[in-house]
Design a protein around this ligand. Structure first.
Ligand code: SF4
Length: 541
């Protein structure tokens, strides 16, 4: 754990306790979700961001509960930065929001504005240094920034950071690179924004934001002002809410609900918002070209969240109805794969007239244990997460509704488990089209080679997972259920049409900056990782 402090006039960094300080309470390492069963990964979410400007409110606690509502978007690390008008304090660590923060930590974070972040890593490994909010001193204070999304011109940005002139009064390049062992795209943006010796941070943002490519929903702050910005495509969600005595910005409306903020509107694609004692200012840094993530509707966003005016739960129920009409089944019971398959299963049951039931019980907490499972436990595989209700499913012909198939390992194990529990037939229905392409805008699926739909037809996948029948919703039906025009959605993981052009494959990938560390790693702290870049993700068949 670490507290980072900045004072506007004296600019300094103070380590209160390192991440492995002797006697510190042992915390999770942020990696075991994946280690639990590496052959059983679903789509990994991007991140959750939260910002609040509210004098007189306990902004640290509001941020804590906002992040708590966004925990599903990122579970590797969490952090909150708070300003009291004179200095910014950042507290971040590996683990869940509830593991990183306790009452006494939040008590130390006093101020009137804050930004928070829960992370799943997309560029840069899952390390303490890469946890957010990122922090930088500036010529007249400091900034802290939180990012949901993933940039695609990271190497260009790395070069821009290298070429930044020294600010007047700045000691040296090393002093500027206080977070010198970071390997994420976000720290590069923070460095670019932090360089504004002759202009305001707001004016600097209008210069820097148009230079970024890819997906970004940012919230950041200096000592006095809360900022938010969304990429011109609006790929990741970002919403604005109103408190009685302030404003909130968050990844999803569910985070507004939990802190008692009323929903105002989405931050528009290409919009920059600034909030301080003068009120809310808004400007446009780029022409909007909306391409919201279609997968948010299927899986990523919470069912109680609103996107494009649609309640996600209602969209998913409608997807289920459409699935039932397009792909009926002779069956006795419709069951969801909990919990992301639940609304679509409700819709399927409603439209088909087949009774809906609970056939699988999910252990909601097991995916986030910090205890390494023994080999015996690991061999139980899917039972770590799901357990069948034998009494319900024995002798039945089942329709099983799930949100997506990535590698197929989960569904194969699921079908086998249901048959072992006595199911007579298993008909699988999927509420998204086949995932054939990787995502470079903030979701970690798998490489192309690992995506089962990239090499096999639906019939072959059905045989591979051992189901009696398998059907996916069509892209047209899915888009119709969202009520958003097809042209306003990113659907690249389904059809390979990337709305923001991608650079050369070797200039993409999670470990890009570990593979090209020389420009940022002034202390030689970054670790070189073989196989970085996305050539594998894109080019392998
Ligand atoms: S590629 Fe898929 S997951 Fe990624 S932003 Fe586009 S629709 Fe969303």
């Amino acid at each position: 754990m670490r507290l980072t402090a900045s004072s506007g006039s004296t600019r300094r960094l103070r380590d209160v306790a390192g991440p492995t300080a002797p006697g510190a309470r042992r915390r999770g390492d942020g990696r075991l979700t994946n280690d639990l069963n590496p052959h059983d990964l679903g789509p990994q979410d991007a991140c959750g961001v939260f910002g609040v400007w509210a004098p007189g409110e306990d902004v640290a606690k509001l941020s804590y509960f906002g992040l708590y509502a966004l925990q599903h978007r990122g579970q590797e690390s969490a952090g909150i930065a708070v300003s009291n008008g004179r200095q910014i304090l950042v507290y971040k660590d590996m683990g869940l929001v509830s593991q990183v923060f306790d009452e006494s930590t939040l008590e130390a974070l006093k101020g009137h504005l804050a930004v928070g972040h829960s992370r799943y890593s997309t560029t840069g490994g899952s390390t303490w240094a890469n946890a957010q909010p990122t922090f930088r001193p500036t010529a007249d204070g400091s900034i802290a920034l939180a990012h949901n999304g993933n940039l695609t011109n990271t190497l260009e940005l790395q070069q821009m950071v290298k070429e930044l002139p020294h600010a007047p009064g700045e000691l040296d390049f090393h002093a500027r690179n206080l977070e010198n062992n970071t390997t994420n795209d976000t720290s590069l943006v923070t460095a670019l924004l932090a360089y504004h010796p002759d202009t305001s941070l707001e004016a600097r943002a209008v210069e820097v934001l148009p230079l970024l490519r890819g997906a970004f929903s940012f919230v950041w702050m200096d000592e006095n002002t809360l900022y938010a910005a969304r990429d011109p495509q609006g790929i990741r969600p970002l919403v604005l809410g109103r408190l009685e005595r302030g404003w909130v910005v968050a990844s999803e409306t569910a985070a507004l609900d939990i802190v008692g903020a009323s929903y105002v509107r989405e931050v528009e694609p290409g919009e920059l918002v600034a909030i301080d004692e003068d009120g809310l200012r808004t400007s446009s840094f780029a022409d909007p070209a909306p391409k919201g993530c279609l997968f948010e509707f299927v899986y990523l966003a919470r069912p109680d969240t609103l996107i494009s005016g649609q309640r996600i739960h209602s969209v998913r129920v409608e997807i289920g109805r459409k699935l039932a009409r397009a792909f009926p089944a002779e069956a006795d019971l419709v069951i969801p794969v909990p919990e992301s398959g639940t609304p679509a299963a409700i819709g399927y049951a409603e439209a088909s007239g087949i009774p809906y039931g609970t056939g699988l019980v999910k252990n909601s907490y097991v995916g986030r244990t910090f205890i390494q499972p023994s080999q015996t436990i690991r061999q139980l595989g899917i039972r770590l997460k799901l357990n069948p209700l034998r009494d319900v499913i024995e002798g039945k012909r089942l329709v099983v509704v799930d949100d997506s198939i990535v590698r197929g390992n989960t569904q194969r194990a699921l079908v086998r488990m249901l048959r072992e529990a006595g199911a007579r037939e298993v008909h699988v229905r999927i509420s998204s089209p086949p995932v054939k392409w990787p995502c470079f805008y903030g979701i970690d699926f798998a490489t192309r080679a690992e995506l089962i739909a990239n090499g096999l037809s639906p019939e072959e996948i059905c045989a591979s997972i051992g189901a009696d029948s398998l059907h996916y919703i069509s892209l047209d039906d899915l888009v119709e259920a969202t009520t958003v025009p097809m042209d306003n959605l990113c659907r690249a993981c389904f059809d390979g049409t990337y709305p923001v052009p991608l650079p050369e494959p070797e200039h993409l990938g999670k470990h890009l900056l570990e593979s090209f560390p020389d420009l940022l790693d002034v202390d030689g702290l970054a670790v070189s990782v073989a196989g970085g870049g996305a050539s594998d993700a894109l080019e392998r068949p």
